[in-house]
Design a protein around this ligand. Sequence first.
Ligand code: ZN
Length: 219
Amino acid sequence: MSRLKIYATSTILGLIMLGAVAALPEQGMVCAAVTPSLSEDTAAYRDTVPIVPRSSWQAQPARPFKRHVPIQITVHHEGGKLLTSSDDAKQRLKNLQHWCMGPDRNWSDIPYHLLISPDGTVYEGRNPLTVGETNTEYDPTGHLLICFLGNYNEQKLDDKLLQVLIDLLVDSCIKYDISPTDISTHRDHSQQTSCPGEDIYAYFKSGYIVGQVKELVKD
Ligand SMILES: [Zn+2]
């Protein structure tokens, strides 16, 4: 090969390589989005609903507690006092954790994994890989506990809250590989409570929420 040919070939090769490098970031992003194996990976999340970290409500550090992997989802309400969208949800979370970790309960942390405020914000509660805690007779091992702040025997879900719940359930089903048929409410597991309140329970009794989640998980 002549010197000129070698020069021309290496220049062309160099340009091809430059082009490949320049194209890498875009290809990388496209690959990450479409690689089928990712959907089977536990790292493949559908993060439709942002989860506000526990540092935002100045959570105390949790004490050590039993570990688990969520295999079903249970929906709760806080019960007791109402909470409106103009009330301070972060203060309510702080108070709830303080009471739960204090002498009344002596639990390791706030009892629920994810908490929804009346304005639709979702807050991080206890570590989802730690078993939740309960006042009632069921064993929450394996349950991801999602809780609405406030009292839904007296409050009502508006369209926004209903959508937040459905999206959060879909995100969680995908993240933890849980079937939508394994979504239920606290009262389905316990004779001792009306939790998650009449208004939320009505959407489970009619099959509406689980039906919506099934449709979205399929997509
Ligand atoms: Zn409950």
